[in-house]
Design a protein around this ligand. Structure first.
Ligand code: ATP
Ligand code: ZN
Ligand code: MG
Length: 321
């Protein structure tokens, strides 16, 4: 896929003396165009104004689609309380993805040592200590303790609209696998019936949205990337119970399409963890739909080209109309 789409960018070769260049990867072409900006770290990129205009348009489009549901919008910064993070259970499933915020906690002598280490090119982080903040791993994680603190859910349950930069330590050369990226979410809390109906609704809405954006897609059962051998069992269980679905679009390759949206039924996991209760006192069930804003942007760039002005009129109308 890469080769066919990038062949037009290869120079017309004077074959005799010029070695055939490697085809530019999708990531390199994004850099070439300035849509993404290198930082020296895989998965950590700047974004151009054009790239951001698509992210913002997608955010608005999702709001339009979900607009009449009366979701309560909340925005959290990309860090969350370490205490909440510890209680959430994230470290059980995904220790390898977590990112913690550490700060210098030494005295003046430690400061001098830090600078000496830096000068010598040695490890300077010895006096860095964990702060009360960790990086948010998914947009919905800071929400559960807040919802729990409000007391029992109303009869109809609750619906939230979230967006956050999220961190996952999964450095990669695939542009769709970033370490810091934005996730837009809707989160439903209530009875099993309420949250499953919500997930069905968004499976249909998400499919229509992405089709209307001219993207080829498939909805597939999925599992979270749980850590280790115990994680395999959790993953199998998640699939056996059809708890997670992903909307996949070929972006980096046809064989390994990219999850651009995900639809997650947590059963009573967060309800139990946080003590969230339904109106009748039963433990609440929860579900969320997550939109990877950079991933959908990259899917659009992949399928409609790197020049936004040349995108199909119908796609531009959906986003910018
Ligand atoms: P994957 O299967 O690709 O590892 P995931 O199943 O871990 O993704 P979720 O935890 O369901 O993803 O996150 C919700 C959404 O956030 C995904 O559907 C995707 O669009 C986006 N997302 C997840 N990880 C990344 C990442 N590393 N870079 C960019 N977007 C991401
Ligand atoms: Zn979520
Ligand atoms: Mg996945």
């Amino acid at each position: 896929m890469d080769q066919s789409l990038s062949s037009d960018l290869l120079p017309a070769a004077d074959e005799a003396f010029v070695e055939a260049p490697e085809p530019r990867s999708f990531l390199d072409r994004l850099f070439d165009r300035g849509l993404l900006i290198r930082t020296g770290v895989d998965g950590l990129y700047g974004r151009s104004g054009a790239f951001e205009s698509v992210v913002e348009a997608l955010d608005r489009l999702v709001s339009r689609i979900g607009g009449s549901d009366g979701a309560e919008a909340l925005r959290f910064p990309p860090g969350m309380a370490r205490a909440s993070f510890e209680r959430s259970g994230y470290l059980k499933g995904f220790p390898h993805l977590a990112g913690t915020v550490h700060s210098f906690c030494g005295n003046e002598a430690d400061h001098a040592r830090l600078l000496a280490c830096l000068d010598a090119g040695e490890d300077w982080t010895a006096k860095q200590a964990a702060t009360d903040i960790v990086l948010t791993p998914a947009a919905c994680y800071p929400l559960y303790p807040v919802a729990a603190a409000r007391g029992r859910l109303p009869e109809g349950g609750l619906l939230f609209d979230l967006q956050s930069y999220c961190f996952r330590h999964e450095p990669s050369l695939e542009p769709t696998r970033m370490q810091l990226f934005r996730m837009r979410e809707y989160v439903r809390m209530g009875t099993p019936e309420q949250v499953l109906a919500f997930r069905e609704l968004w499976l249909a809405r998400g499919t229509t949205m992405m089709r209307d954006l001219g993207l080829p897609l498939a909805i597939d059962p999925a599992n979270d990337p749980f850590f280790g051998r115990a994680g395999k069992m959790l993953a199998n269980n998640q699939r056996a119970q059809a708890l997670k679905f992903e909307l996949n679009v070929p972006v980096n390759s046809e064989d390994k399409p990219t999850a651009c949206l995900s639809f997650n039924y947590h059963q009573d996991h967060f309800g139990t963890t946080w003590g969230i209760h339904q109106a009748d006192g039963a433990v609440a069930h929860t579900a969320c739909v997550g939109f990877g804003l950079e991933r959908i942007t990259l899917a659009l760039l992949r399928h409609h080209g790197l020049d936004l002005d040349a995108w199909p009129a119908s796609v531009r109308a959906q986003l910018f109309g």
